[in-house]
Design a protein around this ligand. Structure first.
Ligand code: ZEM
Length: 288
């Protein structure tokens, strides 16, 4: 035993990043403009949602969503002009010791908590891919329009195909979809328009209660097929309505509409799983 060896053991791992400090910096960005929170949740989800359990590629692990090749994927419209550049100052501050992959996934859980949601467990240790060769092919994220124009949009099979590929079951699909309590659709990004709830900067179970109770009708407009409420202030995507058109999905919608605590618990588990798909060697990290 030597004092030097002892001191070495006290050094933090992972290049010594203080993840609580990183989380604090992300929180400050959201406090300054709460509308950035939902877009950061979308960034973290899209960075993770490329995973394929058969080929075992994709997922958040390489931080590949920062590459223009991946940002060019249809589902990522808007993120290259918003959430990705918003994180750049934080990345610069911590340098090489903080990976983009850890930063983007941490931003998701910080935003969820900052906007009133659960403290989702998070682990550090993702190692960035150095070049875009790890970018997966376009088409792995769900499309909001699950059928051709004019067709019956209630195609539950599309959602199951996409999410089963990542390893999620019906209950997890519905729980994860509750993130649409947050944020809105932007005509400048996806082409869809409007928020799902009247409180888009609050993480709660309102998405489920609105889905379950409001009379949703097709919006008459020049944009893509979407639904609106009678007051014309809220929206639902065709894929959102699928969750009440399919009985196996609907039972979870009704459950989460009645029970926010169960929604928070199930969402936490599913979102943590989402952010760790395809990763290896992560270390459970206290960030809050
Ligand atoms: Zn979303 N999502 N999503 N989503 N999403 C949008 C926005 C947001 C689908 C989808 O097509 C869209 C999940 C699942 C699915 C968030 C989180 C999560 C938008 C609007 C679309 C079109 C983008 C825009 O125009 O800015 C579809 C089809 C899904 C399949 C089920 C899951 C899972 C999520 C997280 C767990 C969030 C927070 C937003 C709001 C973004 C913002 O900028 O306000």
């Amino acid at each position: 035993f030597t004092p030097a060896a002892h001191a070495w053991r006290l050094l933090p791992l992972s290049g010594g990043v203080d993840y609580k400090a990183v989380a604090g910096d992300i929180s400050s960005i959201i406090k300054e403009d709460p509308n950035k929170g939902p877009t950061l949740v979308r960034l973290s989800w899209h960075s993770s949602g490329t995973y394929d359990k058969m080929s075992k590629d994709g997922g958040s692990g390489g931080g590949t969503i920062r590459f223009k090749e991946e940002l060019a994927h249809g589902g990522n419209a808007g993120l290259g002009e918003t959430a990705v550049p918003w994180m750049e100052d934080v990345k610069t501050k911590y340098g090489d010791s903080l990976s983009y992959a850890d930063l983007y996934t941490l931003a998701g859980v910080v935003a969820i908590k900052e906007l009133g949601g659960p403290t989702v467990p998070w682990s550090s240790g993702r190692v960035d891919a150095l070049d875009p060769s790890a970018v997966t092919p376009d088409g792995r994220l769900p499309g909001a329009d699950s059928g051709p124009p004019g067709a019956d949009p209630s195609d539950a099979a599309h959602l199951r195909t996409i999410f089963n590929r990542m390893g999620f079951n019906d209950q997890e699909i519905v729980a994860l979809s509750g993130a649409h309590a947050l944020g809105r659709c932007h005509t400048t990004a996806s082409g869809y328009d409007g928020p799902w709830t009247p409180t888009p900067t609050m993480f709660n179970n309102l998405y489920f209660s609105l889905l379950d109770s409001v009379k949703w009708t097709q919006r008459d407009w020049k944009g893509p097929f979407q639904y609106e409420d009678e007051g014309k202030s809220l929206m639902m995507l065709p894929t959102d309505l699928v969750l009440i058109q399919d009985d196996d999905f609907k039972k979870y919608v009704s459950m989460y509409a009645k029970d926010q605590a169960t929604f928070f618990a199930d969402f936490s588990k599913a979102f943590n799983k989402l952010e760790e798909l395809g990763t290896t060697g992560l270390k459970s990290t206290t960030w809050a």
